[in-house]
Design a protein around this ligand. Structure first.
Ligand SMILES: [Zn+2]
Length: 83
């Protein structure tokens, strides 16, 4: 684990600012989703990578009717069409 030196206060409604330098370093942009984990006394934040709604795969993704699907699952669906 790397010490960043950043300290932030939580505001009245529980928000805090994720420093710009960290967002840039971690490739986090406005409106990205962040997944929150805990480990003992630690709160761990992770950028949510888009994943296939069927298999959680992150390779060869495409969007279909607002859902993210990987190429393999999309190919599997084609075989089931009309059945
Ligand atoms: Zn898939």
């Amino acid at each position: 684990m790397k010490v960043t030196g950043f300290v932030r206060k939580i505001d009245d409604v529980g928000r805090f600012l994720l420093p710009f330098e960290l967002r840039r370093e971690m490739g986090i942009s406005e409106h990205d989703s962040i997944e929150i984990f805990t480990h003992g006394e630690y709160i761990i934040l992770k950028k949510c990578a888009p994943a296939c709604v069927f298999c959680d795969g992150t390779e060869d993704l495409e969007e279909f009717r607002g859902k993210v699907v990987c190429g393999e699952c999309a190919a599997g669906m084609v075989g089931k069409a009309g059945t």
